[in-house]
Design a protein. Sequence first.
Length: 188
Amino acid sequence: MKNIVLFASGNGSNAEEIIRYFKNNNEGVVVAIFSNKADAKVLERAKNHNIPSVVFSKTQLNDGFVLEQLHQFQPDLIVLAGFLLKFPESILKVYPKVINIHPALLPKYGGKGMYGMNVHQAVLENKEKETGITIHYVNEHYDEGEFIFQNSVNIEDCNTAEEIAHKIHELEHQYFPEVIAGILTRNS
């Protein structure tokens, strides 16, 4: 069974979907959740599932502390599930299998500052007819890693960024765990 470490900064709904999926699947197991926010709801979700968590500062992400903590969990795959900080090259050199989910169809609406409601508001303001999700490998630049999976949804009936966010969450919850399982299977 492959070890999955999740990084998240917020609510953790994607993290919880991934945890649930792998509780019923023997391809992988979530062994830890790392967060840069001590008050993130994802930490409560981790506790509810008896998954260890590691909280760290932005400085600790880059000074070797997080890398040292990761070694304890021996991740086969690192998954960014709503993690908002730039992932450091120093960790990517040791653990190159890192994936992220982005709430838009990259390359549109990607880059620094384009996350969560910022993305949905930009999509709404540009009167897009569709948007979607992109799951991609992480490299040293925001949202520029090789694409693994994209899926789109029609948003012509959406009048607010919140309505768009709801449709995107449905796509994320449906596809993110399955794509992770596919990556683990391919890398067996």
